[in-house]
Write a protein that binds this ligand. Structure first.
Ligand SMILES: [Zn+2]
Length: 252
């Protein structure tokens, strides 16, 4: 049995037995891990409030290879992201981030960049006083890039012209934006997009996260951007069909 230490973000928790809890965490160094926290629901638990969803923690656990559930030994809070549960407008996009993560990460492969993207998105959501949905849109665009499905929105993917017209289509199958002048055969599985939507998609791709909540997005474009990113991710990742958090997002 090996003792491991890593940073982690709590994705979900469930009760176990009389006083214990099972946590699913996204760790920085060992992918997704299930941890049994003995006595975590006891009022005198050494874990205090450190084992709640969203919390960024440092964990020490015992790992036995081939076992699904590992034993948590220590946990300390690095950031509770306490601003998230204070408002439903921030809570729902944050829940969607955790659900998407929980579904797309399998096994113990390390994903330091994904971990950092989740941490940064939750930190932004916890602090922002405006446009919390921007955090989710940023997360989705960056997730697509990290997984190798970057959504190109700068040029028409067929004729390579810069996007200067007012009519655009998103080709779900190709994961590309095509201009209105391009052949309809390419546009068999398409969504029609506005110029604003295309510009926002390009900005979300380029963004490093700073200032993403300052990006003014009209309600209509916000919905379109969300729909395109979701379709795009769902096309590549079967795990993302029928997300439980979708009905809460008021974005479809
Ligand atoms: Zn074109």
């Amino acid at each position: 049995m090996a003792i491991r230490q890593t940073e982690a973000i709590v994705l979900k928790t469930m009760t176990y037995g009389e006083t214990s809890k099972i946590l699913t965490v996204l760790s920085k160094d060992h992918g997704k891990i299930s941890l049994l926290a003995k006595g975590a629901r006891d009022t005198k638990s050494k874990y205090g409030g450190s084992l709640e969803p969203f919390t960024h923690i440092n964990v020490v656990y015992y790992e036995k290879e081939g076992r699904e559930l590992q034993y948590l030994s220590e946990a300390s809070v690095l950031n509770g992201f306490l601003g998230i549960p204070c408002s439903l407008e921030r809570l729902y996009p944050a829940m969607a981030v955790l659900e998407v993560c929980s579904r797309v990460v399998h096994g113990n492969e390390e994903h330091p960049k994904l971990f950092e993207l989740v941490r940064q998105t939750l930190e932004g959501l916890s602090k922002t006083s405006k446009r919390p949905m921007n955090g989710l849109l940023y997360f989705m665009a960056q997730l697509a890039s990290l997984l190798g499905y970057r959504l190109e929105a700068e040029r028409c993917s067929h004729c390579l012209h810069l996007m200067e017209q007012s009519n655009f289509k998103f080709n779900v199958e190709y994961g590309r934006v095509v201009c209105g002048a391009c052949p309809p055969a390419l546009q068999s599985t398409t969504l029609t997009l506005t110029k604003e939507t295309v510009a926002i998609l390009a900005q979300l791709n380029k963004s490093n996260g700073a200032g993403v909540f300052n990006l003014a997005i009209s309600e209509n474009s916000g919905r379109e951007v969300f729909r395109v990113l979701l379709k795009h991710l769902q096309y590549h990742l079967d795990e993302l069909t029928s997300l439980n958090t979708l009905p809460f997002l008021n974005a479809s």
